[in-house]
Every structure is written in structure tokens, then in C-alpha cells.
Design a protein around this ligand. Structure first.
Ligand code: GDP
Ligand code: GDP
Length: 455
């Protein structure tokens, strides 16, 4: 490395940074209007207000990456879901329940100007039950005169209330320091101690694509689909299902089976549930209704899984109900809409007839294998050397940026760091990714490539 102009420490630092595993998840929960979205914006360091959203407007994006004091984590914003037909307590409880389930730590936001309400107390009970670390944010303390209001929140029994002004940023740094004190380095749920335990699958897709039907089919038993009010159920959320002689853990199946009648916020609720399931899983099986045009919502779900860095399989369901014409258009749509995830194994199934159910497990195994692939540094550099010699980067401004060497910094999903002599254009990066995939497989997994340029 040294003779290529990179300092050994730089190289090691870059590898460590690129190689980070899955990030721990922080959920921000609380009643409507206490300032959750404002606080999330503050944490992720963006001003454009998610806050302007009207209730009921689709909010697909619920997890964001954030960084504080050099540590990276994910933030789940539950601010997009306003009170709905369930009534305030049930809706806040349901929203908090999903978020807490997926989180490694929680920021509980209370409006210090209003003080603790019954709804706040209800959330406190959920938090106690979940046993996750909690940081209490006493929000809307815009100036010193508000500090006294914050102190009243000791009564919630969650320890020290951290007075903050999400709006102005007052106190949020101290609050984040407190968060980092309790947030684990890696998500316990996803990569816990259960090495060799069952692999975790999230079965996701928009409503009515057949998730519940597929789950019933693979589990080999009819399940009761009931009308339940979210947040009141005591169902286990994860289910062990044996497939192909192996036990798999399907995460968040209670969410799949629940039938919740929501009007406002229903889409948002579905997104939150999907995000929570994806966070907990190693591999996402994304179910698409093949009889209907691929929708924006389908694409958003795919994007969610890719951005979370999970292994992925795409299953096209209702294959029993496809005519020639639809089949023709489906193939065109897959090319145009899912071109970016052409690496995902595909299965054409029917939850109704059981068609190709046996192909599901091999596809999942392929995706997990790709997700865990590690390319030895020697092989990688032999490959890169040949590639760069045969297909050099275009000359820019009289110079030719060159990839000097590279290494795989991590797996799950595979992450690479490439060290270069100059700026590497996006097109050339995509070319490298394509060739890496051709050479080493990586079927069913996103891959990350970061490039370091010699100073
Ligand atoms: P959410 O429903 O919990 O996500 O709450 P929002 O983030 O949408 O905020 C609700 C309202 O409270 C908005 O009008 C915000 O501008 C306001 N707000 C949020 N944080 C603060 C704060 O720290 N101080 C004051 N004065 N207002 C705030
Ligand atoms: P979920 O909302 O994703 O859980 O979807 P459901 O499992 O509730 O299915 C929605 C509808 O699609 C139901 O009417 C199912 O009977 C139907 N459905 C599910 N899978 C199939 C399939 O493979 N073929 C056909 N023709 N219909 C299906």
C-alpha cells in the first residue's frame, strides 16, 4: 500500500469504515405533535421538513442513516402516522409497538410544555414491557425557562428527562450523547449471539399480493385471519417454519396475518411494518402480484430491502392467474422497473396452487450465500489488475485515474473498498460492480463499493 502512495493508517481506517456491519437501530416514538419528525430531522441533520407532510399522505421512507460523534446508526421515524380511526391510544400504541420491536434503543419524545398525558403513560408501559434502553426527550424546551417543565417528567419513571428543542437544536447534542451511551454497536436482533440459529426471513410486499396465503402454504396449515386491532394482539411476531428440511424464522408474521382497518396512515403503517421486518431479517422475500402492473409501492419495498443491505429474492405470485398478454407485459416491466436488482433470484409461484414452492428455499439459500461471500484479497487484486489493464478508466483532463488495489472490507452484504489514483466516475464504478458480479457471483445480494482517492 505504501508504495502506491497510501498511508497504511489511511488504508486501515478506510477498510474499517467501509466494513461496518449492519447498523444499530434507534426508534423515535411518542404521541402525535410532540415533535418526533422535527427531532428526526435534527438527528439526521436535514432541515427539509418531513413535518410538512399532511396526515394520511403516503410516507414510505421511515428509516434514515445518521451519525453522531463518529458513530453511525439508523433512525426510525414514527412521526408520519397521525391519529386515525383506531383512536389515539391504539394508534400510538401500535405505531410504537412496531418501532420498538425493531429497535435497539428508543428515544421517547414527550411535549414538556404539555406534560405527561395518559397516552404517554400507555407508551411508557409498552417501553417497560419491551425492556429496550430508553432515552427520554423532553421536547419543546426552547429556552431556560422551560427546564422546569422538563423536570416534571421524572414522574414517568424513565430516568432523567433530557430537555431539548428539536426545533432549535437546543440540548439535542447532549441527548444524542445519552443515546450513544445506551445504543449497542451492532443490532442485537439481527446479528445476535444465535450463531447457527435459524436464518431470518422477512416476507414482504404490498397489501394483497398474497403474503398471508404464501405463509399458510409454506407452513402447511390454514391460519385464521382475524380482524384485530393493532397493538392489542399478543401473537408471537416471529414464527419458525420448516422448509426443505431446514427450520427458518419468518419474522413479523403477526403483522402479515393481522387485518387492520385503517384509513389515514394505512400506507405509512404498512411501511413501518415492512421496515421493521427488514431490519430484523437477513433475507427479504419480496412478493409481487404478477397479475398487476408493477407499482411504485413494489419498487419502494425493493428499495427498502436494498438500502437495508439485505439478501433478496423476488417471488412473482398468482402465477396460476396469468394470461399470455399479462405475461408479456410482466417481462417488459421487470426489465424496466427492476433492472437495478437483476441480481435477485426470481421465482414464479402460486400461493394458491403451490406452484414452484419448492424453488423458494434454493433461491433463499442462493441469496444468503451471495450475501456472505468473501473474496480473498489476492484473488480480488488479480481480478482488478486484469480488469484495469484491459479496460482502463477514460482519460480526464489529461490524466488517467487508476484503481490501484482493493479489498473486501465486510460481508452481509459484501462491501469493497477500492483505492484509486484519481476520481473514479460513476459509470466506471458501475462497470466494476458489473464485472465483480460476473466474476464472483453475488447473486441475491446488494454490494457496496467505496472508492478512496490518494491525496
Ligand atoms: P410529530 O407528530 O411528533 O412528528 O411532531 P412534529 O415534528 O410534526 O411537530 C409537531 C409541531 O411541533 C410542529 O409544528 C413543530 O414545528 C413543533 N415543534 C417540534 N419541535 C419543537 C420544539 O422543540 N419547540 C417548539 N416550540 N415547537 C416544536
Ligand atoms: P396479503 O395481503 O399480501 O397477505 O395477501 P393475501 O394472502 O391476503 O391474498 C390477497 C388475495 O389474493 C386473496 O384473495 C388471496 O386468495 C389471493 N391470492 C393469494 N395468492 C394467490 C395466488 O397464488 N393465486 C391467486 N389466483 N390468488 C391468490
Amino acid at each position: 500500500a505504501a508504495e502506491e502512495g497510501f498511508d497504511v493508517e489511511d488504508v486501515e481506517g478506510a477498510i474499517e469504515e467501509a466494513g461496518h456491519g449492519p447498523l444499530p437501530v434507534l426508534a423515535v416514538v411518542g404521541r402525535p405533535n410532540v415533535g418526533k419528525s422535527t427531532l428526526v430531522n435534527r438527528i439526521i441533520g436535514r432541515r427539509e421538513a418531513v413535518v410538512e407532510d399532511k396526515p394520511g399522505v403516503t410516507r414510505d421512507r421511515v428509516t434514515y442513516e445518521a451519525e453522531w460523534a463518529g458513530r453511525r446508526f439508523k433512525v426510525v421515524d414514527t412521526g408520519g402516522w397521525e391519529q386515525d380511526v383506531l383512536g389515539i391510544d391504539a394508534s400510538v400504541a401500535a405505531q410504537a409497538e412496531f418501532a420498538i420491536e425493531a429497535a435497539d434503543a428508543v428515544v421517547f419524545v414527550v411535549d414538556a410544555k404539555v406534560g405527561a398525558t395518559d397516552t404517554d403513560e400507555a407508551v411508557v408501559r409498552l417501553l417497560r414491557k419491551a425492556g429496550k434502553p430508553v432515552v427520554l426527550a423532553a421536547n419543546k424546551v426552547d429556552g431556560p425557562s422551560g427546564e422546569a417543565d422538563a423536570a416534571y417528567l421524572w414522574s414517568l419513571g424513565l430516568g432523567e428527562p433530557h430537555p431539548v428543542s428539536a426545533l432549535h437544536g437546543r440540548g439535542t447534542g447532549d441527548m444524542l450523547d445519552a443515546v450513544l451511551d445506551v445504543l449497542p454497536d451492532a443490532p442485537a436482533q439481527t446479528f445476535g449471539t444465535a450463531v447457527g440459529g435459524p436464518r431470518r426471513i422477512a416476507l414482504i410486499g404490498r397489501p394483497n399480493v398474497g403474503k398471508s396465503s404464501l405463509l399458510n402454504k409454506v407452513a402447511g396449515e390454514e391460519r385464521v385471519v382475524v380482524n384485530e386491532i393493532a397493538g392489542t394482539t399478543r401473537d408471537p411476531v416471529d414464527e419458525m417454519i420448516e422448509l426443505g428440511g431446514v427450520t427458518w424464522k419468518f419474522v413479523d408474521t403477526a403483522g402479515i396475518r393481522k387485518r387492520v382497518h385503517l384509513q389515514q396512515g394505512a400506507d405509512y403503517y404498512a411501511s413501518l411494518r415492512t421496515a421493521a421486518a427488514v431490519e430484523k431479517a437477513e433475507v427479504a422475500v419480496i412478493l409481487i402480484d404478477a397479475t398487476e402492473p408493477i407499482s411504485v409501492q413494489d419498487q419502494r419495498i425493493v428499495t427498502m430491502a436494498v438500502e437495508a443491505g439485505r439478501a433478496m429474492v423476488i417471488a412473482y405470485n398468482k402465477w396460476d392467474n396469468l394470461d399470455e398478454e399479462r405475461r408479456y407485459y410482466l417481462e417488459r416491466e421487470i426489465e424496466t422497473e427492476f433492472g437495478q436488482v437483476a441480481w435477485a433470484p426470481r421465482v414464479n409461484v402460486s400461493a394458491r396452487t403451490g406452484r414452484h414452492m419448492e424453488k423458494l428455499v434454493p433461491a433463499i439459500e442462493t441469496a444468503l450465500a451471495g450475501w456472505e461471500t468473501r473474496v480473498p484479497t489476492g484473488r480480488l487484486n488479480a481480478f482488478l489488475g486484469e480488469l484495469v489493464a484491459a479496460h482502463p478508466h477514460p482519460i480526464r483532463g489529461g490524466k488517467q485515474p487508476r484503481i490501484l488495489f482493493g479489498t473486501q472490507a465486510g460481508t452481509k452484504p459484501p462491501r469493497f473498498v477500492l483505492f484509486a489514483s484519481g476520481f473514479i466516475e460513476a459509470g466506471y464504478r458501475r462497470f466494476i460492480e458489473r464485472r465483480l458480479r460476473e466474476e464472483f457471483g453475488f447473486e441475491g445480494t446488494p454490494i457496496h463499493i467505496s472508492v478512496r482517492v490518494r491525496e
